[in-house]
Design a protein around this ligand. Sequence first.
Ligand code: FAD
Length: 297
Amino acid sequence: MSLTSVKEYFTPGGKQEVLELLEKYGDSALIVAGGSFVHGLDARDLLFGIEALIDIRNLALNEVSSDSAGLSLGATVTFSELQQLNEIQSSAAFGALRDALKCPPVQIRNVATIGGNIAAACPYFDLPTAVMSLGGVVQAQGPAGSREIGLQEFFAGLFQNTLETNEFVSGIFIPALPARSSSAFIKLETNANDLAIVNVAVQLTLDESGSCQEARLVVGGGVAETPVRAIASENLLRGRKMTDELFKQAGAAVQSDLEPISDHRASAAYRSATAKVLTERALRRAVARLDQAQASI
Ligand SMILES: Cc1cc2nc3c(=O)[nH]c(=O)nc-3n(C[C@H](O)[C@H](O)[C@H](O)COP(=O)(O)OP(=O)(O)OC[C@H]3O[C@@H](n4cnc5c(N)ncnc54)[C@H](O)[C@@H]3O)c2cc1C
């Protein structure tokens, strides 16, 4: 257990203090938010040489704001807090996020933060897939200020992100989607508390005639080291009317975008077959959500 190397536990009250600690401890510092994945990292031997834990929960990064540009979420907003937001509870556009937030058990939802879930860059987590489908962006705080990193660029590999050693995640921004947008997320796991075998998130924007104007389809949960954009399937959907036949074709197309891994949870072939089915179902759910939203206008 590498956590025995920890010598210091800091609870800084401001961003500048965090940056100074990151500068001082470099690779031997670990940011801690909800702390729910520290054991997971340790069990995978990923905390070798960590000497300083920097707890960022006193930084007032638990704020949420919403305007016509989108939804700004502070890094330490918890899953439970997100679930209580009106925007997330009610909008068809944020449906994928709503679905994904339900996945962990309530004890985890009460402490796990959106920043920690994304920063961990764990391919089996659920929010990365959902947030990527919504075009989410990481706000990274460093000594020179804040910069934005799209999620596709943020995930660099298994438990690796593209933050510099002297940066941390201060927030996540999800851009507002046009009218007639909807999204959905579906996960398959072995049991209620397990990580995903496969998860799929879709985001659709339809035009007035019901044809697909924009589609973003992301598959995660162990199909690769990072969530994957299913480009072939997205291209197939654009410009087409939403039919069951199209959903089946989109599901089949997803398989050509993936090179899933085999591990103790599932074989590559099983993951591929599951991704196909979950894609069809997620598309159906997103369209049903939109129909429901339109009917209640
Ligand atoms: C029993 C159990 C069930 C779970 N089920 C699910 C599930 O169904 N679906 C799912 O998606 N997840 C699940 N999880 C994982 C859970 O969602 C993550 O542990 C959690 O989201 C991590 O967030 P945290 O705030 O606790 O991060 P922490 O544990 O504090 O940190 C995780 C990693 O992110 C880094 N980090 C944290 N915040 C920042 C920041 N602001 N800037 C830079 N780096 C940062 C840390 O250094 C660390 O490397 C489960 C976990 C457990 C223990």
